[in-house]
Design a protein around this ligand. Structure first.
Ligand SMILES: *Cc1c(COP(=O)(O)O)cnc(C)c1O
Length: 484
C-alpha cells in the first residue's frame, strides 16, 4: 500500500525498483507542470491534488509490476488533467441522432423549438408568474397558463396536464374508476416499452381490468355485455406501436362514445402520440388528431407532449369539464405536476400551432419528419467526403437510400424514404468486428454520432442532421480500433 506522500509499506519491492520509485516527481512538481497548473485552474486545487496523487499511485503500481521508463511531472500532470476532464464531462451529453428514428425514446424524443428553448431559459433564469394572476395580484393556477391553448387546439371543454402520458393515464384511471372496473379490449392491452404495460398501470391505479374480446377481434356486444354497475370507464387505447392485421375487428371510438352516453360511463381515449394537426399536408400518413378524438365523443383524451407534438415531456388530458375538475382534485395531481421550465416550453410549443404554415420551419420534429428524401440525399452527399475520410480506407462509403421511422410508437408500419451514408468494411474477413469497432468509434467522438448497423453496413441516416459544418469538424477525432 502507498500512503499519499509516497511512503511504501507492506510488500517491500526489490531494491532495483525502489530507486526507480524514488525517481518519481513529488505531487507538487506534478502540479507545477503545465497540465498540472491548468488542472488546478479548471478543477480547483483539491481535485487536482487528488488526481496528481492518483496518477502517482498508478505510476508506482506500474513500475512495481514491470520495468519501464519513469514518467516525468509533465506526463503525470497530463494524466491527472485527462482524468479530471473525463470525470467532469456531463453525463447528459449531446449526440447526433443519425439512427433514422426521429422520435427516439432513448435519445430524448422530441428536440424543442427555439421558441420553447427561449421560454424555458427565461423561466429558469428568474421568477415567473406560475401560480399568480398578474391582473388581480391573487393566487392563480398553473394549468391556466396553457388551458386556453389546449382547448383551442383540440376543441375540448377543458384541459389539464401532468408529467407524461403514463401519469395522465394513471390519474385518469384512478380518478374515474378506483375500486371499480375499466373495460378494455384484449387487442389494446399494450406494452409501450420499459415498464409501461397497461395492465400494470391499471393495477397500480387501483382499477380492476375487465378484458373483453380477443387479441384480433372485439365487437360492440363485448363492450355492451361488460358494462355494469361496477364499470368506472371504457378505455380505448391507440395501438400505437403495432398493428393487428388480417381477420380483425375493433370498435370505433364514436360507437363506444354512444355506448358511454347511453350507460353513463365515460369513454377515455389514450391516443399516445397524439398530434394536434393532420400530418397529411406534410406528406405523412394520417395519424388521429386530438381534435378528431374529441369530436368522436371521447369524454377524455390523453396524449404525450414529446412525441409527434414536438414539445417537452408531458401528459395532456383534455375533455369534459366536470371530469377534469375531478382529476384536478385528486391528490395524485400534486405528485405529477409539471414544473415551470417545462410549462414555459409547453406554452411556447403550443403557440407555434397557431400558424400551421410555418410550423414545419419552427418545430424540429415536424421539419425532420417532412424532409424529403432528395433533400436528405443532398445533405448526405455534402458530408459523405468527411465521413469517408474519417472512416479511412478499410471502409467503403456511399450515399444510399434508406427508410427512417417516426419512432415513439407513431405510425409503426409507415417508414419515410430517406438517405444515409452507408459505410461497409472492404474486407469480408472480420467484417462484423470491424462494423462494431466503427460504430464504437463514432460513439466515442467528442459529440457522439449514433447510427445503426444493418445489412453488413453502418448507416448514418441524415434526416435529422442540420449543422453539417460542426458535424464534419467533429469527425476529425475518429479513431477506429486496429484491424484484426
Ligand atoms: C407513448 C404512449 C404512452 C406513454 O406515454 P409517455 O408520455 O411516454 O408516458 C401511453 N399510451 C400510448 C398509446 C402511447 O403511445
Amino acid at each position: 500500500m502507498i500512503a499519499g506522500d509516497g511512503l511504501v509499506e507492506a510488500v517491500a519491492p526489490p531494491p532495483a525498483d525502489l530507486s526507480r520509485l524514488r525517481a518519481l516527481p513529488a505531487v507538487d512538481e506534478v502540479l507545477r507542470s503545465e497540465a498540472g497548473l491548468f488542472a488546478v485552474e479548471r478543477h480547483g486545487r483539491q481535485a487536482a491534488v487528488m488526481a496528481a496523487r492518483a496518477a502517482l499511485d498508478a505510476a508506482r503500481a506500474a513500475l512495481r509490476a514491470q520495468a519501464g521508463t519513469v514518467p516525468g511531472a509533465a506526463d503525470l500532470g497530463a494524466g491527472a488533467l485527462a482524468a479530471l476532464e473525463a470525470a467532469a464531462r456531463p453525463n447528459v451529453r449531446a449526440v447526433y441522432n443519425l439512427t433514422g428514428t426521429v422520435l427516439h425514446t432513448n435519445l430524448g424524443r422530441a428536440v424543442l423549438a427555439e421558441a420553447a428553448i427561449a421560454a424555458a431559459t427565461l423561466a429558469m433564469r428568474g421568477a415567473v408568474a406560475l401560480e399568480f394572476d398578474i391582473a388581480t395580484g391573487r393566487r392563480g393556477e398553473r394549468d391556466d397558463l396553457v388551458r386556453d391553448l389546449l382547448t383551442g387546439l383540440t376543441g375540448a371543454e377543458d384541459a389539464t396536464l401532468v408529467n407524461n402520458n403514463a401519469a395522465a393515464l394513471m390519474i385518469v384511471l384512478n380518478t374515474l374508476a378506483q375500486g371499480r372496473e375499466a373495460v378494455v379490449s384484449r387487442g389494446e392491452l399494450i406494452e409501450i416499452g420499459g415498464a409501461f404495460r397497461l395492465p400494470d398501470i391499471m393495477a397500480r391505479s387501483g382499477v380492476q381490468l375487465r378484458e373483453i374480446g380477443t387479441t384480433n377481434r372485439t365487437h360492440f356486444r363485448d363492450y355492451r355485455e361488460a358494462v355494469g354497475p361496477e364499470t368506472g370507464l371504457l378505455l380505448k387505447v391507440h395501438t400505437s406501436n403495432f398493428r393487428v392485421q388480417g381477420f380483425t375487428a375493433e370498435v370505433g371510438a364514436r360507437e363506444l362514445a354512444g355506448l358511454g352516453a347511453e350507460t353513463g360511463v365515460p369513454l377515455v381515449n389514450d391516443l399516445g402520440s397524439g398530434t394536434l394537426v393532420d400530418l397529411v399536408p406534410w406528406g405523412l400518413a394520417h395519424e388521429p388528431t386530438v381534435a378528431e378524438a374529441v369530436a368522436e365523443g371521447a369524454d377524455l383524451v390523453t396524449f404525450s407532449g414529446d412525441k409527434l407534438l414536438g414539445g417537452p415531456q408531458a401528459g395532456f388530458i383534455v375533455g369534459r369539464r366536470d371530469l377534469i375538475a375531478r382529476i384536478n382534485k385528486n391528490p395524485m395531481k400534486r405528485a405529477m405536476r409539471v414544473d415551470k421550465i417545462r410549462l414555459a416550453a409547453i406554452e411556447a410549443t403550443l403557440r407555434l400551432y397557431a400558424d400551421p404554415d410555418r410550423l414545419a420551419d419552427r418545430l424540429p420534429t415536424l421539419r425532420w419528419l417532412a424532409r424529403k428524401a432528395d433533400a436528405i440525399g443532398a445533405i448526405a452527399a455534402r458530408v459523405a467526403p468527411a465521413v469517408a475520410a474519417a472512416a479511412g480506407p478499410r471502409f467503403s462509403a456511399e450515399v444510399a437510400p434508406c427508410a427512417s421511422q417516426i419512432g415513439s410508437g407513431a405510425l409503426p408500419l409507415s417508414t419515410l424514404p430517406s438517405a444515409a451514408i452507408r459505410l461497409a468494411p472492404v474486407e469480408r474477413k472480420g467484417a462484423g468486428q470491424a462494423l462494431g469497432d466503427l460504430a464504437a468509434a463514432f460513439r466515442a467522438l467528442p459529440v457522439p454520432v449514433i447510427g445503426h448497423i444493418a445489412d453488413d453496413a453502418f448507416w448514418l441516416d441524415c434526416r435529422c442532421l442540420d449543422d453539417e459544418a460542426d458535424f464534419a469538424a467533429n469527425l476529425a477525432g475518429l479513431a477506429i480500433g486496429p484491424a484484426r
